[in-house]
Design a protein around this ligand. Structure first.
Ligand code: NAG
Ligand code: NAG
Ligand code: NAG
Ligand code: NAG
Length: 568
């Protein structure tokens, strides 16, 4: 009956149409057979009668002209025509293959498929990663989670091996991964169960995506997971396959470096252990087979070189598919720096398109010297904003440059070019509102941090696949970019410290990043304004300005020789 209730609308139309055509045929048939005693036809469509879920319809029709009773029994047993519409193409071939062998199994699969289709496209999504160790699953999981969190979802990775480590204080050896190791597989089952439970709780708490990072290599395990769709979750499997020997070797080296399991082992031991662990898994591994498993999945080959999707629908899933198809997860080093001190920085003014101060120019030279030294060994590229101060800062670095509008500084709208003191004087209420929620506050005719996060999305996605890029940007924009790579909490973004005249070097480290701050010995003003204690709109001017960093009133002429002279 599930068939009727779920697909009721079109099903009824289909059925009415079917009846009409059918009665016309019967009428013709009856006329031809005038004189025959009885016409009795039994039409059975579809694959043989299955007791469960079969729909039987009987229809009787009197034919006055012949005074005969013609009885038609139409046994509508999951007619193949209907099924072909309900199910995806792969599934119908699966059906014919399994019909004789696995009728009961197929019944279960069909039921799940129909239920999955009924789940809202906006329902919480459980992503399960499938694949052997060292295929880049964890990296994919964490990158995906970072990307989703940035795009307004709340995603979290549930790493099976972390749960396993909780059960075993010390990692013994590959032995626990042997299929016939009772104790080992009990521990692994237990930890996978706990990870799944936590993932389910996470989704039930109102979060939108849980990423289950286990191996889930066998068909049976995947079937278990897929049945979670009964709880109203959407399920997506992502299988990571890697045939490229170079990539595989690199992944293995990364695991040896970064995995907590191998911290305490000598290198030879670790290599041997990992090799044996892989062998145990390979013996149990059953790759996803679209004709045998009725699940929606994405297969990612060689870390994003080829991405194929099967029965993937839904709003989040399509975003994910788009993200995965552009992904090249290679080790990378990225450099970020703010422009050198600008004339507006010296004066404590925000926004604008000022030129560099004398000290800013000194920084530009120091930066060029530093980067050109590195660039002789490896090629670099430079991304700047479209504003003068970033272009001037990057001018002397020997590398191809491109100016990207999305890297422009936050647009302060009506407050462009003002000092904080002037803002407090002219727009005290706006100033207070900004202090109350700096992340979401949008300047009138300008932008908020959320706005720049949105416009930075394509830049960040591109940057994730680049190596040796120097980004010369601005305070708010770099806060967002660094926040993305370092998984900062969104509310902390607007208060991150990104000082002037400092190179921030990010190096990928497993699936996270290592930060290095390289301070150049060139003096500059401080532009970081902490959140003041009193953010009420009735606060006094003194309360509002208490955290404003000191700056100059006019541009000092000999700034780089004497910094104490004109200080406020
Ligand atoms: C490393 O091994 C030593 C002795 O075998 C042990 O005391 C220590 O806790 C181990 N460290 C880790 C991180 O497993
Ligand atoms: C903020 O300042 C206003 C006005 O001076 C005062 O009434 C209020 O209590 C202060 N709030 C806090 C949290 O200090
Ligand atoms: C810096 O300014 C102080 C006070 O005006 C002055 O005494 C000193 O000679 C100046 N130093 C330089 C290097 O110009
Ligand atoms: C895969 O997922 C299922 C979920 O039911 C779990 O029972 C199983 O232990 C997992 N396997 C591994 C190796 O993570």
């Amino acid at each position: 009956m599930a068939l009727v209730s779920i697909q009721s609308d079109w099903y009824i139309y289909f059925w009415l149409l079917y009846c009409k055509i059918y009665s016309a045929i019967v009428w013709l048939f009856g006329n031809h057979c005038r004189g025959a005693d009885k016409v009795r036809s039994v039409i059975t469509a579809g694959a043989g009668v299955q007791s469960s879920g079969s729909i039987q319809r009987a229809r009787t029709r009197r034919r006055k002209a012949q005074q005969h009773r013609v009885k038609h029994i139409v046994a509508l047993t999951r007619r193949s025509s209907v099924r072909r519409i309900v199910m995806a193409p792969g599934a119908s071939t699966a059906h014919t293959m399994m019909e004789d062998k696995e009728k009961t199994l197929h019944g279960a699969l069909g039921a799940v498929s129909m239920r999955t289709r009924h789940i809202s496209p906006f329902a919480p999504l459980l992503i399960a990663l499938v694949g052997l160790p060292a295929r880049g699953k964890s990296q994919l999981a964490h990158r995906l989670s970072r990307h989703l969190n940035w795009n307004g979802e709340s995603a979290k990775v549930f790493d099976c091996s972390e749960y396993r480590r909780r059960h075993m204080a010390l990692y013994g050896s590959h032995d626990i991964f042997r299929a016939d190791n009772q104790q080992g597989s009990a521990i692994r089952r237990q930890s996978a169960r706990e990870a799944v439970q936590d993932a389910v709780h996470w989704l039930k708490d109102g979060n939108s995506v849980a990423i289950f990072d286990g191996t889930n290599i066998t068909r049976e395990q995947r079937q278990d997971l897929n049945s979670l769709s009964e709880m109203g979750f959407r399920i997506l499997f992502i299988e990571c396959v890697c045939e490229d020997q170079d990539l595989l070797e690199r992944n293995i080296i990364e695991i040896l470096h970064y995995s907590a399991d191998y911290k305490n082992m000598s290198e030879d031991e670790a290599v041997d252990d990992l090799r044996k662990k892989l062998e145990h898994y390979m013996r149990q591994y059953e790759p996803i087979d679209a004709s045998l498993e009725n699940i929606g999945f994405v297969r990612v080959e060689n870390m994003g070189e080829t991405v194929t999707a099967h029965k993937v629908s839904g709003q989040k899933e399509s975003t994910i598919l788009g993200y995965l198809s552009g992904m090249r997860a290679l080790p990378q080093t990225l450099y970020f720096t703010r422009h050198g001190e600008s004339e507006y920085n010296v004066l404590g003014r925000i926004g604008g398109d000022a030129a560099l101060s004398a000290r800013g120019q000194m920084y530009a030279r120091a930066l060029a010297e530093h980067m050109n030294g590195l660039a002789t060994r490896e090629p670099f590229s430079i991304w700047t904003s479209e504003l003068r101060r970033t272009k001037q800062t990057a001018a002397d670095i020997r590398a191809p440059k491109c100016a990207i509008r999305a890297l422009n500084e936050l647009d302060a709208g009506i407050c462009e070019g003002l000092t904080y003191e002037e803002m407090q004087e002219r727009f005290p209420q706006e100033f207070a509102w900004r202090d109350q929620d700096k992340l979401r506050y949008r300047y009138p005719w300008g932008e908020s941090y959320i706005d720049i996060m949105t416009r930075l999305r394509p830049v960040l996605a591109a940057l994730e696949d680049e190596h040796n890029v120097i980004v010369v940007g601005h305070q708010a924009v770099l806060r967002c970019m660094l926040g993305y790579f370092l998984d900062a909490k969104l509310d902390e973004l607007p208060y991150m410290t990104v000082p002037l005249h400092t190179i921030v070097k990010l190096t990928s480290y497993g699936y996270t990043y290592k930060v290095e701050m390289i301070k150049m010995p060139v003096d500059c003003v401080d532009t970081h304004r902490k959140q003041p204690k009193n953010c009420s709109i009735t606060r006094t001017t003194a309360d509002a300005l208490v955290t404003v960093p000191s700056h100059y009133d006019t541009l000092p002429s000999n700034l780089w020789q004497n910094t104490t002279e004109a200080q406020l």
